[in-house]
Design a protein around this ligand. Sequence first.
Ligand code: ZN
Length: 508
Amino acid sequence: MKIGIAMMSHETNTFSPVITDLERFSGGHGQPLEGQTALQTYRGTASCLGGYIEVAEAQQVDIEMGIAAGAPPSGPVEDDAFAYMCDAIIALAGRVDGLLLDLHGAMTTKTYDDGEGELLRRIRQQCPELPIAISLDMHANITEQMVSNCDVLTGYHTYPHIDMDSTARRAAEVFFDMLNGRVKPVLRWSNAPMLPHVMRQGTDDEPNASLQRRAIDLERSECLGVSVFTGFPHADIYDAGFSVVAMTDDEPTVAQSYVNELLQQAWQARGDFVYQIEDLGTSMQRAETAAAAPGTGPVIVLDHYDNTASGGTMDTTEVLSAILEAGLQRVAVFGFYDPDVVDQMAAAGVGATVTVDLGGKLPMPALSEQSQPIRLTGEVKLLSNGKFQAKVAMARGLTINMGRSAVLSVGSVDIAIISRHIEPYDPECFRSLGMEPTSYDYVMLKSRIHYRVGFRDTAKEVIECAGRGVCTSDYSQLTFDKVRRPVFPLDEDGSGSNEFWQIPDVNA
Ligand SMILES: [Zn+2]
C-alpha cells in the first residue's frame, strides 16, 4: 500500500495587499519542496507533516511525499500558483492508495473563495474512491465542499498552535483505522453566524478554552474527532467564521448533536469573542507605567493590527512612531519588512550611520488611511542572512528564513528589518540578530496571539496596541461584501438585539 502526503497551506487575508505567488510557498527555496527533500525537512518536526510522516512510517506503508507548499498569510493566492499546487497533488493522488493532506482551511485564490474545497473537489473528480484525510488550522473557514470531499478531518485545539503534529497524528490514526476496516468515519458540520475577533480566540482565554476542552473530552469518549474552528474573519467569503466538525464511527446523529451543542455554547458566549479596543495614546501611557513598576522582564508592546501571520504588511509605522514620540528607551523591535532598507544598510556596512525611510510602503487599499514611512537616522548594528533554527513548540525542528536582515539602532531602540515575512513568536528571531529580548525594557512585536508561545512567560506585562494594518480588530475599518448576513458582531436584528440565530434542530 502506498500513501501520499502533501501540504498546501495558506491563510488568506482578502484585505491584504501582500502578493501570494508560488515563491512565497517555497520557504526561500524558489519552488516548494517535494519528494525526499521535503520528507527529510519535515520528518521529526512539530509540524502537521511531521505528524503524518511519523504515523505513516509506523504503519510500515510505502510513502510518497508530494509537494510541501506553505506560505505565510497574505492576500489571495495567484491563479498560477494555485494551479501548480493542485496539479502536483492531483498527480500524486493518481499514484497512491490514500492521501494525507496538511491544509489550512482559509485559503482564497484570485478565482476561488474556497481554495481547499476546490482542491478536494478536483481530487475527488479524478479519484472518486480515494481515501483522503485532512488536518486544518483552527482559523479554517469550513465549507460544505471541504467536508463532503474528504473522509477524515481534524483541526488544532490550541492557539497559539502548539498541537499541529498531534492534530495530524489524530487524522492519520483514524485514516489508517478506516483503511484497515476498523472504523467507518462520518463527518457532520455546521457553522454559526459569528466572526470572533482573532485577539479573543486564544485558547488560554475564555470562551475558547472551554470550547476546546469540551471538544477534546468528546474526542476521548464518544467521537473519533471533534474540531472547533474559530474561523478567520479577515477573509471576506460567504462561509467565514465559527464552525464545528464532528467525526464519529458511523453515527451521524451523534456527530450532529455534538456539533450543535458546541455551536450553542459558542453562540451564547459570542459577546466574549468581541475584542475591546483601547486608543494608542492610552496604551503608550500604560506601557510606561508598567515599565516603571517593580518586576522583571520587558513590557511587550503588541502591534497587533499588523501581524504578518494574519496577512499584515509588517511595515506599518504607527506603533513605532508612538514609541519614539513617547521617548521610550531600551526598546527591541521585531520587526519591519523592508527589503529596500536592508539593501541600503547592507551597502553602507556595519557601523555606518544611515538615514532611511522605514516602512509605510505597501499600499493598503482595503483601509481608508495609509501608513507613512518614518525617517530614521541610526547605526547599522548588524547584517545577517536571516536564517535560524526554531526552538519553540510551534515550529520545533524547522529552519526559519526571514531573508536578508539587518538591525538598525536609533539611540536605544534596536529595530530588526527583514526581507521575508515571519511572525515573531520565537525569541530566536531576535537572538539570531544579536539581540537578547529579555535584556530590554520594552519589546515591540508585530504579532497577535502566537507571541505568547515564546515571549509571554518572560514579560512583565503585555500592552495590546491599536496601530494600523489589515489585521485590524476594528471591523468597521473593513468593507465586508461576501460574508453571509446577518453575522455577529457586524449585525443586529433591527430591534437592537443580536438574537437572530438559533441552533437548528438535530433531527431536522
Ligand atoms: Zn491559525
